[in-house]
Write a protein that binds this ligand. Structure first.
Ligand code: SAM
Length: 311
């Protein structure tokens, strides 16, 4: 009897310890410096880059099916957002600001493939260092440490402003929109993708959904989520936005990324194993959050919002 119960207890103990580590080591948002230190750590331990490549965002799956390589789906995402937002209408040499640029995955595609002149900014010094290392000399693409809520650029400096999956880290979404639209020239293009919640005022969350949202906020340094409509309204009522703001929910196209991001670890086991035992523990630690993200986006509690408008 005891022999039968022992493995069961050990398994329960294992998951209990994992849960405690997961909760105790949660990365709660306190200020933008907590976001900076989280991304510094994610960059310096190299785990994210080895596993997911140079793009820290979801992939685009045309048929909503997980039948293309995760890394190719991420590159496809950049091209799809360029096409959808109209950035491809801009001539070569156009000035683009990539807000929350990570280690420069999108910035380099915008510079290399579309011939744009790109400046990427991120709150994480380690990301800027890595982005510079990854960028070939001669490419019109540079990186700076800067807070998106306090951009050090003149009004109307850019022909387009691009931001992918950074807004959910901003505690003041209105200021985020103000800064993006202030630095965009009149007639310029805004292209934005972000993680949103469904409209929680119109459709209040259940107790379980509240628990899930709390984990999604506290595990990956998010201060708050707002709905696609709420952010669309913030953009459209801004004094620097001209005309209509168009938004869509791309859950169908991006949801396969969640399982794929776990499967990447199985497809490329040496990416983790070569970084040592701590990297294995660190990667296991992210799995519950990825599974909760997958659940929330599949249930529609979370929505992958894309937004476009003109300055
Ligand atoms: C999920 S990553 C996306 C990175 C990149 N856009 C990509 O797609 O690969 C979020 C990015 O937003 C940046 N970020 C978060 N808060 C920021 C802030 N207040 N100012 C500037 N960057 C910020 C992070 O440093 C990180 O680079």
């Amino acid at each position: 009897m005891f022999e039968f119960l022992l493995p069961f207890f050990l398994l329960v103990l294992f998951f209990f310890v994992l849960f405690i580590i997961w909760r105790v080591k949660a990365r709660k948002y306190i200020s933008s410096s907590t976001v900076a230190s989280a991304y510094d750590a994610w960059t310096q331990d190299k785990l994210l880059e080895r596993l997911w490549g140079e793009h820290i965002h979801l992939g685009f799956y045309p048929l909503g099916k997980n039948n293309i390589d995760f890394r190719k789906a991420k590159i496809k995402f950049v091209h799809e957002l360029v096409k959808w937002s109209g950035l491809d209408k801009l001539p070569k040499g156009s000035r683009i600001l990539d807000i929350g640029c990570g280690i420069g995955g999108s910035s380099r595609i915008l510079a290399e493939y579309y011939g744009f002149n790109v400046i990427g900014i991120t709150i994480s010094p380690a990301q800027v260092k890595r982005a510079r290392e990854l960028t070939p000399s001669g490419l019109n693409c540079s990186f700076q440490v800067m807070d998106a809520l306090d951009l050090k650029f003149e009004d109307g400096s850019f022909d387009a402003v691009w931001s992918v999956e950074a807004g959910a880290h901003m505690n003041d979404k209105t200021k985020f929109a103000d800064e993006m639209l202030r630095t965009l020239r009149p007639g310029g293009y805004l292209a934005l993708a972000d993680w949103n919640s469904r409209d929680l005022r119109a459709y209040p969350p259940s107790i379980f959904e509240k628990f899930v949202l709390k984990q999604l906020l506290e595990q990956w340094v998010h201060p708050n989520f707002i709905s696609i409509n709420e952010f669309g309204n913030i953009l459209s009522t801004n004094k620097n936005s001209a005309g209509r703001v168009i938004s869509e929910n791309w859950n169908f196209h991006t949801n396969p990324s969640w399982y794929d991001s776990i499967i990447e670890g199985i497809r490329r086991p040496f990416a983790i194993l070569s970084l040592g035992p701590i990297a294995i523990v660190k990667s296991i630690r992210e799995i519950p959050t990825i599974l909760l993200m997958n659940w929330a986006f599949n249930k529609g509690l979370m929505e992958f919002g894309v937004f476009k408008c003109r300055g």
